[in-house]
Design a protein around this ligand. Structure first.
Ligand code: COA
Length: 261
């Protein structure tokens, strides 16, 4: 499948999706959001794909936000579905059931930052700049940014960034927990791929359950989240991967997972 605004590369066990409007700094227009939604559903259904890396084409931007040309004519009526459409793509990234890793290779602003926030892990290149500048345009982050940034870095820092509209550089983003690691631009994809290759060695049945339990920490009250974790733990105890992983340890050999329940 080829897309107007994306490049999708399938590798051994994972896929790399590249936002590809470099002349517009990979700004998220309607076509790109539709393409991204379609590509994410495809990799979600692809049993050969166990993780997704999301990055931007070129050396300057991951994505410089929603396409401002499409924002400008919005009204109160059209604004709601516009926001919901972007939120749906971000929600899909977060609930893909497979690890999603943002490789932030430059500007990640507005909707671009919000897509990175929806990924489970963020690695940034040294030239990256992240921010939610929507108040400079007279609006607010509408693709989940007010919720996800606040949960990720805490209310004080999120409020500072969202109300000022200011960007943070990669080092500052790392300091506040907005990105997991910072590397040279040429090391960015190798860093993301190395992480993915490590995760691919694990039981994908367990990885999927762990991801859903981590998300439950934000989405459920504490006692329900603890219950959800215990239920996931119990279900994994019945899997072939659990028997293999524990037996392999006791037999002092490497586990060979089937990635099945
Ligand atoms: N929507 C639409 N087009 C965008 C865009 C966006 N969010 N961000 C950048 N572009 C376009 C520019 O209009 C320009 O197009 P042109 O060459 O046809 O004029 C092209 O991408 C390059 O951007 P430019 O502004 O010339 O690059 P720069 O290096 O001078 O500045 C930024 C880079 C990221 C600082 C600047 O582009 C910017 O502030 N973008 C908007 C960021 C934003 O507010 N995002 C939130 C949107 S909700």
């Amino acid at each position: 499948m080829s897309y107007l605004t994306l490049l999708v590369e399938k590798k051994q066990g994972y896929a790399i999706i590249t936002l590809n409007r470099p002349d517009k700094l990979n700004a998220l227009n309607g076509q790109l959001l539709a393409d991204l939604h379609h590509a994410l559903v495809s990799v979600q259904n692809d049993t050969d794909v166990h993780a997704v890396i999301l990055t931007g084409s070129g050396v300057k931007a991951f994505a410089a936000g929603a396409d401002i040309g499409e924002l400008q004519p919005l009204t109160a009526e059209s604004g709601l579905p516009f926001s919901e459409r972007g939120q749906a793509v971000a929600n899909l990234l977060e609930h893909l059931g497979k690890p999603t890793i943002a490789a932030v290779n430059g500007f990640a602003l507005g909707g671009g930052c919000e897509m990175a926030l929806a990924c489970h892990i963020r690695f940034a290149s040294e030239n990256a700049q992240l921010g939610l500048p929507e108040v400079t345009l007279g609006t607010l982050p509408g693709y989940g940014g007010t919720q996800r940034l606040t949960r990720l870095v805490g209310r004080a820092k999120a409020t500072e960034l969202i109300l000022s509209g200011e960007r943070v550089n990669a080092q500052e983003a790392h300091k506040i927990g907005l990105v997991n690691d910072v590397v040279a631009l040429e090391e960015l994809l190798p860093r993301a791929e190395k992480f993915v290759q490590t995760v691919l060695l694990r039981s994908q049945t367990a990885v999927k359950a762990a991801l859903s339990a981590i998300l439950a920490a934000e989405e459920l009250p504490h006692t329900e989240g603890m219950r959800f974790e215990a239920e996931q733990f119990a279900q994994l105890c019945a899997t072939a991967d659990f028997k293999e992983g524990t037996t392999a340890f006791l037999e002092k050999r490497a586990a060979k997972f089937q990635h099945q329940a």
